[in-house]
Design a protein around this ligand. Sequence first.
Ligand SMILES: [Zn+2]
Length: 211
Amino acid sequence: MPFFDSLNQLLFPTRCFGCAALGLSICSNCRYDWHPHYYKTHISQLNVHSAVPYSSTASRIILASKENGLKGADNLIINAITHVLIKADFVNHNIRLVPIPSSPSARRRRGRSFIVDITKSVAQRSGLPLSDSLELTRRVRDQSGLDATARAHNMAGAFALKRGAYPRGDLILIDDVVTTGATLHEAARALRSAGFNPIAAVTACLAQPLR
Ligand SMILES: [Zn+2]
């Protein structure tokens, strides 16, 4: 549909998600901040594999995807996570991707379950199966501004296996950002306590925790 594509460009010209410059969804300057590499950390008894260090560019890209559902920003995150899955090389494992669920209120506000949606595209692109098997069992606070102790307390016992879910195999947790690892730790705990086997996590971004 080239006609509609060019009409779309005229009405809604592409701007950089990092700095709003016209042209590409990410300009060459901001590409410097958002360039998928491969970082491996060990947080809360989990190997965490990530693509880009958190930065103001990264935070704008994540907001554009999470809160505004912009396709171009989704694609940057999908590419980053897929890149890390390939680099991490889980080939000898029987992998299943398990997305971190969002709260019902966030799902209503955004019109979708953000990480579940992103993980569906990652599954399509990587050929790895998805198992959307976790859910929130209670209200949790927004974690920005919370330190490691507060985050751990905020997340403790917040996830459970969905009714009827049976995520066999070696489970890879998928999230947008890892900070202290409190969310990933809780997700791994919920899976392990139900007898399943989370082996690692993959995130688009790696952030420095508040001390
Ligand atoms: Zn830019």
